[in-house]
Each structure stands twice: as structure tokens, then as C-alpha cells.
Design a protein around this ligand. Structure first.
Ligand code: GLY
Length: 371
């Protein structure tokens, strides 16, 4: 017998642009005409029922006018649609329409759409290019950048997916004006998280300008769009696959994701994250990494953004403790938390280690004490 060595060393350049601006639909078509995704002429535009008329159809019309082949694939808006079943439905619809490997997917919408459509792109024909056109603050702040694609399962959110980078991300700030206040507040949760973990200046900007942001004033929206992206890509560029540093983006998510699933998606992602961040700052203060006053300041900012930091009565707190074990950071059966160091930084527990094992009893105490 012989042993053959299949050498597959790769140098990959997955770099891409993030363009922040207003009404970028024409720019998207212009970029495609200039060869953004090479010679591809066929586009599957994936969107949800909220975004279909506002952005999905207008993008399709522009692409058709430019001579491209286009179909629109729409699923019901909301986190409950972010499932393997929706993914399969979209894939079957694409297969039916004759889409093969020579196509590109354009995800148009918020975090649910960009996560799900990115996952479809990563597996369709073993991978076709995709573009994110982000229309919500949550997608702008987090979901559309960084290449994490996924669907939820009944057990927990985002457990099944892959790292798959888009060819370009468009962040259309004009779209935020069409968002209901609840969605805008939910998007603020990731924005505040970014300030908490990386920028004291951004945190004070948010404290001073929350009303302007919630009114979608231009200067405030541009500031948060740019700063969210900078903080996120600085982390992703150093640790795309979450072998260490990228875990910092999980700040507040250990409890947040567990609450989101237990609420059966009555809570939006950001609403659940606000509560998760409240738990995280209490834990960080308890362990001496931040002061009680700083922890209070973080909770106050979440409240100013229109987000409650209280655990809803319908959540069983013992169930919540059990649910923490579905977190992706769990190692050897131990809960691990990312913790804040004051405001604008996180704790590095050892070189390149940003999550700390926490005893269940301590996690339970924090959850029981939370309002
Ligand atoms: N949303 C966390 C991350 O992108 O890593």
C-alpha cells in the first residue's frame, strides 16, 4: 500500500468592502456592472415580507433594467423564520427556477435575512458569491459584517451555520427611517455592546446623543454606522474564525441568547441582549472588573435606548440557568463568559483568552438577583 499526500495549502483573500451611505440600490447595480462578482448574470435576491416592497422589488427592477436575470425569494419576516426549513424552501425554489453554480445571492434585509441568505450562499452548489444589502440597524451593527451565517434550531440560536464572507456589504442608512421604533431600539443593543467592549468615546457619544439616534438624525446615524463597522472589522480581521479574540463580540450573549430562545422569540435579539448585558455587567462588577457605578451606567444607557434590562416574568430563571449550557463558548461542560473591564474594554484573562470559566452557582446568583 502507499500513502499519497494531497497538498491543499491555500492562500485566500476574502477581503471585501463595506459601503455606508444613503439609497445605495443604484450603486449596487453600478458595482455589478463594473464586475463586483465577475461575469455572473443571474441573481437570486433573498428578502423577507417586511422588506420585499421597500427594497427587494426595487433592487430586482433595477437589475432587470440593467439586463440581468433575477428572481425574488421571500420568506415571512421574523426570527422564527431563521430555520433549516426556510433555508431548504429557498434552496428548493432556487433549484426549481434553474439556479446553478453560476449565480450570486443578494441578501436584502436585516440580520435574519443576511444570516440565512449567507448560509444558503455558502452551501448552494458548494458555495456561490453573495452580497449583503443591510436595511436595519441590527444588520448594520453586527449581522451583515464578519461572515457568520447561520440558522436557529429549537435548542438555541445560530448553532448551525458557517463562516462565509460576502463579496460586499452595503449599509443603507436611509432604510433605518422605515424601521419601527422597536426594531431601531433592538439594533441599538449591539451598538451599545460595541461601545462597551471597545470604545469609551463611543459610549459617551451614545449617552449624549441617544435621542438624536432614535430620531435617525444624519450625523448620529453616520457616527454609529461607521464606528460599529470599525470595531467589528478590527476584531474580525484579527480572528475571523473565533479562535480567541472574536469571542469578545459575544459580550452579553451568554445570557442574551438563552433568553431569546426561552422567550420563543417574543423578545427581539437586541431586547434579549440588553438583559444579557445587564447580567454581564453585574457579573463583571461582582468579580471586580468594573465598578457598580459603571455597571449602572451601562444599564441606564440600554434603558435610554428604549430597552428593558429586566428578565420578563414569563421566563423561568432555573430554565434560564440550564439554557446557558447551549452557549457556543461552553468548553468541557463549563460556562464561559466574556467580561467587561470598566467601560470601553474587555478582560484578557491570559494572552489571547477572552472568556472566563464561571461556576454555575455564581451564574445562578447573578440571574436570581437580576431585576
Ligand atoms: N455577532 C458576533 C460575531 O460576529 O462574532
Amino acid at each position: 500500500m502507499s500513502i499519497l499526500n494531497l497538498e491543499l495549502k491555500k492562500v485566500v483573500d476574502d477581503s471585501y468592502e463595506i459601503e455606508i451611505g444613503y439609497e445605495l440600490m443604484d450603486k449596487l447595480v453600478e458595482d455589478l456592472e463594473k464586475g463586483l462578482v465577475g461575469n455572473i448574470r443571474r441573481f437570486a435576491v433573498i428578502t423577507d415580507s417586511n422588506v420585499r416592497d421597500l427594497y427587494g422589488k426595487p433592487i430586482c427592477e433595477r437589475l432587470i433594467r440593467a439586463g440581468y436575470g433575477v428572481d425574488l425569494f421571500v420568506f415571512a419576516a421574523g426570527e422564527k423564520s431563521k430555520t433549516r426549513e426556510t433555508k431548504a424552501n429557498v434552496e428548493d425554489a432556487m433549484l426549481e427556477k434553474g439556479y446553478r453554480r453560476d449565480c450570486c445571492i443578494i441578501a436584502v434585509g436585516g440580520g435574519v435575512v443576511t444570516d440565512l441568505a449567507g448560509f444558503v450562499a455558502g452551501t448552494y452548489g458548494r458555495g456561490v458569491p453573495f452580497i449583503n444589502y443591510a436595511t436595519t440597524l441590527l444588520a448594520a451593527a453586527d449581522a451583515s459584517v464578519g461572515g457568520k451565517t447561520a440558522v436557529d434550531t429549537p435548542l438555541a440560536t445560530n448553532l448551525i451555520g458557517l463562516f462565509y464572507q460576502p463579496s460586499k456589504v452595503y449599509i443603507d442608512i436611509a432604510a433605518w427611517k422605515s424601521l419601527p421604533q422597536r426594531q431601531l431600539s433592538s439594533g441599538m443593543a449591539e451598538t451599545i455592546k460595541h461601545a462597551c467592549l471597545a470604545s469609551y468615546d463611543m459610549f459617551t457619544f451614545l449617552e449624549q446623543n441617544m435621542e438624536h439616534i432614535l430620531e435617525c438624525q444624519k450625523f448620529a446615524c453616520e457616527y454609529i454606522a461607521e464606528n460599529n463597522c470599525k470595531i467589528k472589522y478590527n476584531v474580525v480581521m484579527k480572528d475571523e474564525r473565533e479562535s480567541g479574540l472574536r469571542e469578545v463580540l459575544n459580550l452579553g450573549h451568554t445570557v442574551g441568547r438563552a433568553i431569546e430562545t426561552l422567550s420563543d422569540y417574543r423578545l427581539l435579539h437586541g431586547e434579549a441582549l440588553a438583559i444579557g448585558m445587564a447580567a454581564q455587567v453585574q457579573l463583571s462588577a461582582r468579580l471586580g472588573y468594573m465598578s457598580e457605578e459603571e455597571a449602572h451606567r451601562v444599564c441606564t444607557l440600554y434603558q435610554k435606548a428604549g430597552l428593558s434590562t429586566k428578565i420578563p416574568d414569563y421566563i423561568d430563571r432555573e430554565e434560564l440557568v440550564k439554557k446557558l449550557y447551549t452557549d457556543k463558548k461552553v468548553r468541557d461542560g463549563k460556562l464561559r463568559f466574556v467580561l467587561q473591564k470598566g467601560i470601553g474594554d474587555v478582560v484578557e484573562f491570559a494572552p489571547g483568552v477572552f472568556a472566563k470559566p464561571i461556576e454555575e452557582e455564581l451564574a445562578r446568583e447573578i440571574i436570581m438577583e437580576l431585576e
